[in-house]
Design a protein around this ligand. Structure first.
Ligand code: PMP
Length: 443
């Protein structure tokens, strides 16, 4: 049995018993999804939807090997991490092997928020400082200190005042940000320009006798609107932050585990020499099961330990979670999913670039691997966000059995981050439907 409640009862109970603040896709006409497999989701009426957004179902929904390892371990042992267990140790060993050698110590937690919260604790303990620099429109989680470093979230809250330990750098967006590229052959070093802003923030903090503990940024900006960091951005920012005594945190919760196709981690796109001090992982790590992690240097982990930072997390790193996470890594490798992400990503971007020529509303197309953004604008010169149009496009795609979400502060950026098994045929269908919808869109 995959469905117990009727659709109407489900809507009614959701409205009655679940907080309205908890987001629900297509709130006016929500989907009741009852099962999923690979890159497809099925609703209570038996309709099949192409899933273009579930980055959590990284190796495909309900991958048989992942499910099998989960069931097997659940039937054998599930307890906390206060005992030795092979799954955690083998996973930590494997995970660390995918990072540059300096990142060698793991902490296992249950969510991206917990990972970022622990990252802040580690940073503040190691540096004996408190101030944090974050990037505008970022989202790093739902815990109190994370809302503070998540302008994407707190800007929507009428009751919120940003605490004074938080400093916000502008989004290094070369399409619609403070410094913009005018033509493709421009030689401006946008990474440096935007990094200089972080340097200024640091100077202002120091003038006020405060100290920087950390800089935190996603290695590709997802919530801010699927933005690729300009090259040289992290290299320079990390240098300024370290010179000021701070540490650098890369939030790879959305973009890690090979989504970019060329590398395991998106920070690696900025160059082999660009290495954070703390990396946070989540969403895709357990293919839908809650497991997350912090990976850091031995020095930072030791500082925390020596300062009395005992750490216990009831569910973090339990044998079932680690069995699942191990099989996710196995599937990424054995099915060559990074290569697929790379190839299908190029294919989609190419098709989108062709659509952009045809449809004025597509202001920008960007991305890498299976992490792609399509910015819809009312006017290519003013770049006025096409907010209602983006919502209409998503609603119409849903009517065409394609699930796509929107992001960015204004919600005008269509966001693609499908399971890594997404194919070129899937891309063709998405593009064909999008093309039809945009051709008939009344502006
Ligand atoms: N960081 C980023 C970049 C995220 O996208 C999210 C979740 N959207 C989080 C952290 C928080 O993760 P979680 O919802 O698992 O707490």
């Amino acid at each position: 049995v995959t469905s117990i409640l009727s659709y109407e009862d489900a809507v009614d109970l959701r409205n009655r018993y679940i907080g309205k603040s908890c987001s629900l896709f297509y709130r006016d006409d929500p989907l009741k999804i009852v099962r999923a497999y690979k890159q497809y989701m099925y609703d209570d009426k038996g309709n099949e939807y192409l899933d273009c957004i579930n980055n959590v179902a990284h190796v495909g929904h309900c991958h048989p090997l992942v499910v099998q390892s989960e069931c097997h371990q659940a039937a054998t042992l599930c307890t906390n991490s206060r005992f030795l267990h092979d799954n955690m140790l083998l996973y930590a060993q494997k995970l660390v092997s995918l990072f540059p050698p300096s990142l060698s110590v793991c902490f296992f937690v249950n969510s991206g928020s917990e990972a970022n919260d622990l990252a802040l604790q580690l940073a503040q303990c190691h540096t004996q400082a408190g101030d944090v620099i974050t990037v505008d429109d970022a989202y790093h989680g739902h815990l109190i200190p994370l809302v503070a470093i998540s302008p994407y979230k707190y800007k929507q809250r009428k009751f919120y005042n940003k605490p004074d330990w938080v400093h916000v750098a502008s989004v290094p967006d070369t399409y619609n940000g403070r410094y913009r590229r005018q033509s493709d052959d421009e030689n401006t070093d946008f990474g440096l320009l935007y990094a200089k802003e972080v340097e200024n923030i640091i100077k202002n903090v120091q003038i006020r006798n405060r100290k920087i503990a950390a800089f935190i940024a996603e290695s590709l900006l997802s919530c801010a609107g699927q933005i690729l960091l300009p090259s040289n951005y992290l290299r320079n920012v990390y240098q300024y932050v370290r010179e000021a005594g701070g540490v650098c945190i890369a939030d790879e919760v959305q973009v890690g585990f090979g989504r970019v196709g060329t590398h395991w981690w998106a920070f690696q796109l900025q160059g082999e020499d660009v290495i954070p001090d703390i990396v946070t992982l989540g969403k895709p790590m357990g293919n839908g099961h809650p497991i997350s992690a912090v990976v850091t240097t031995a020095a930072i982990a030791d500082s925390f330990y020596k300062a009395g930072g005992g750490y216990f997390n009831t569910f973090g790193g339990n044998p079932v979670s680690c069995a699942i996470a191990l099989s996710v890594l196995h599937v990424i490798e054995s099915e060559d999913l990074m290569k697929n992400a790379y190839e299908v990503g190029i294919y989609i971007l190419d098709l989108l670039n062709q659509l952009q020529i045809k449809h004025e509303i597509i202001g920008d197309v960007r991305g890498i691997g299976l992490f792609i953004g399509i910015e819809l604008v009312r006017d290519r010169v003013t770049k006025e966000p096409a907010i209602t149009e983006a919502k209409t496009v998503c609603d119409l795609l849903k009517k065409n059995f394609i699930i796509v979400s929107r992001d960015g502060l204004h919600g005008n950026i269509l966001k693609l981050k499908p399971p890594m098994v997404f194919t070129k045929q899937n891309a063709n269908i998405f593009i064909e439907k999008l093309d039809n919808i945009l051709s008939n869109l009344i502006l």
